[in-house]
Design a protein around this ligand. Structure first.
Ligand code: TYD
Length: 138
């Protein structure tokens, strides 16, 4: 599962007027985009996320500034550095994620495969581990 978390490099359409990055659902990201939100104004010592999702897949992009994303599949962990506006990280469902170390100018754009549903968020890490273990034996 952790191996399924991967960086995606989007094509940059730059010319003398500046840069343009295009992200189309099911083409540049591996899902239909149903929801877009963005996170900014978080101090460097803030940890956001701290959850996993039963169904939602995400792509996270620092369109401005930098942050780090720690992903955890219940067995392994990996840290991704987001530091360029044309680089995203793809997160499949059922991945625990922490976003942290936000630069002052960080704007973290989040694309999701699902509409918001609080019930599909797993916010308790022990519960998450139990769900993962049950999944292994299913
Ligand atoms: P939260 O999931 O804690 O944000 P993060 O994962 O970035 O730390 O969300 C903060 C609040 O916003 C919480 O009350 C739920 C609400 N929210 C929505 O209503 N819709 C959304 O799409 C998201 C991401 C959050």
């Amino acid at each position: 599962m952790i191996e399924d978390c991967r960086l995606i490099e989007f094509q940059q359409k730059g010319d003398e007027r500046g840069h343009l990055v295009i992200i189309e659902g099911n083409q540049d990201v591996p899902f239909d985009i149903k929801r877009v939100f963005y996170i900014y104004g978080s101090d460097r010592d803030v940890i956001r996320g701290r959850h996993a999702n039963y169904h939602s897949e995400f792509v996270l992009i620092n369109v401005s500034g930098t942050s780090k994303v720690k992903v955890d599949d219940g067995t392994s962990q990996k840290i991704f550095h987001l530091d360029r506006p044309h680089i995203g990280i793809y997160l499949p469902k059922l991945i625990w994620k922490d976003m942290y170390d936000f630069s002052e100018d960080s704007v973290l754009l989040c694309l999701s495969s699902e509409h918001y549903d609080a019930d599909e968020y797993i916010r308790d890490y022990d519960k998450y581990l139990t769900i993962r273990k049950e999944g292994e034996h299913a």
